[in-house]
Write a protein that binds this ligand. Structure first.
Ligand SMILES: C[S@@+](CC[C@H](N)C(=O)[O-])C[C@H]1O[C@@H](n2cnc3c(N)ncnc32)[C@H](O)[C@@H]1O
Length: 391
């Protein structure tokens, strides 16, 4: 079945975005005036709409129709792998630059809520499309975009020039913002963070808005929309689910799995118990987010076996603790083994039960505060902090 987007190019994509509630009427003229195709390189690895997977290379020179169709589909397009180290036509290991999914681009711009005359800072220029959209609304001199990768920044400047737009693109570590052009009325990150750099809050005016994808080490990611208060603290709710590439300096190296059992056979020195909480109940995006808020410095992996059973491993990033929970289809109790100073399954279960006791709140009831003391996640209001399970 061909969708309208595939048939109609830019206008089909615009209609799909309007229908999805992402492209608001104030952004429609900008969508038309700043065509995505001017910002997409010839070689791309298209993503899929509801996932983080990439598909095979599409090369404009070899298949211009497929390229055009990808550009005007509501999908992210990977434009760089492995910080530019990957060459060749295959998929690399980690996607490190892209043209973000149009629905996400316009939903986040709607969250940003820009007004004429405002000054905006973007972190993560990428192809320059988002910076171009902002410059069309605010004027090039009012938009500063920071990109860490020099080659990527060069490409973005060329793309902006071709589109007749002129955002100020600077090469640097976006965690530092761009103090020379501060203060800003609006700050938007188009790479995800595990914590919001304090500099962004400092460089944003009181009443200003910061929009950034925010995710935990454990998993689950949502866009947060912070408003800076007169006292310099920033507070705000999570607005939508997202799956962005991580800000380069906040990517975490996950220790190899061999670092945990230290050459011993499972269950090694672990303590065995039983749980009634099914590992299958905690794998959703929201559940991962809720667990990650409370179980800091931990990540998981599933080891799958024939017949649908699997082991859910939870590891602490300091390599000192691990837990395994064995899922068996149809069972009502599951074997758990825990090792190390942190009882990672107990923490996970306590986090999940806390969520259940609070009637399983959705992401939009959670919010974040960033101030001089760091950052904290809350439920419903800044004084109702989500508890931390780990030491
Ligand atoms: C998803 S892409 C951005 C998409 C882009 N806004 C667009 O419209 O095409 C994320 C970008 O963030 C950049 N990035 C990662 N860490 C960064 C950092 N510390 N400072 C600035 N840019 C960074 C990456 O190099 C990558 O180009």
């Amino acid at each position: 079945m061909t969708t309208r987007t595939e048939e109609a190019g830019p206008s089909g994509l615009a209609s799909a975005l309007v229908e999805a509630g992402a492209l608001t009427s104030d952004w429609l003229p900008t969508f038309k005036a700043v065509p995505r195709e001017l910002f997409v390189p010839d070689r791309i690895w298209p993503g899929i709409a509801d996932g983080t997977r990439q598909t095979a290379l599409v090369d404009r020179a070899k298949d211009p129709e497929a390229w055009f169709k990808a550009v005007y589909s509501d999908i992210p397009l990977t434009t760089q792998w492995d910080d530019g180290q990957h060459i060749g036509d295959g998929l690399g290991t980690t996607p490190t630059s892209s043209s973000s999914m149009p629905r996400m681009v316009f939903s986040m711009l709607a969250d940003l809520d820009v007004r004429e005359g405002q000054r905006a800072l973007e972190i993560g220029t990428g192809t320059g499309w988002n910076a171009g959209l902002l410059s069309h609304r605010l004027g090039g001199a009012n938009v500063v975009s920071v990109e860490y990768d020099e080659e990527v920044a060069k490409g973005a400047r060329e793309n902006l020039g071709r589109a007749g737009l002129s955002a100020v693109v600077i090469v640097g570590d976006g965690r530092a913002g761009c103090v020379g052009s501060a203060p800003y009325d609006r700050i938007i990150a188009t790479c995800s963070v595990g914590s919001v750099p304090r500099t962004w809050v400092e460089q944003c005016r009181p009443g200003g808005v910061i929009v950034a994808p925010w995710g935990t080490e454990y998993g689950g990611e949502y866009v947060v929309r912070l408003v800076v208060a007169d006292d310099g603290a920033a507070h705000g709710p999570f607005t939508r689910s997202s799956a962005f590439m991580r800000l380069r300096q906040q990517r975490t190296e996950r220790p190899p799995f061999s670092a945990y059992l230290k050459g011993k056979e499972w269950p090694a020195d672990g303590t065995r118990s039983m749980t009634a909480l099914s590992p299958a109940d905690i794998g959703g995006w929201l559940e991962q987010f809720v667990i990650g808020l409370q179980v800091a410095g931990a990540f998981w992996r599933a080891e799958r076996y024939d017949g649908g059973s699997y082991t859910l491993w939870t590891y602490s990033t300091d390599t000192l603790s691990w837990a395994s929970a064995d899922y068996v289809p149809g069972a009502s109790e599951y074997v758990v083994v825990q090792s190390g100073p942190r009882k990672l399954w107990d923490e996970t279960e306590a986090a999940y039960r806390w969520w259940e006791e609070h009637d399983r709140p959705g992401f939009d009831r959670f919010g974040l505060t960033v101030d001089g003391d760091g950052e904290r996640v809350w439920l419903d209001s800044p004084d109702r902090l989500v508890p931390l399970r780990s030491a």
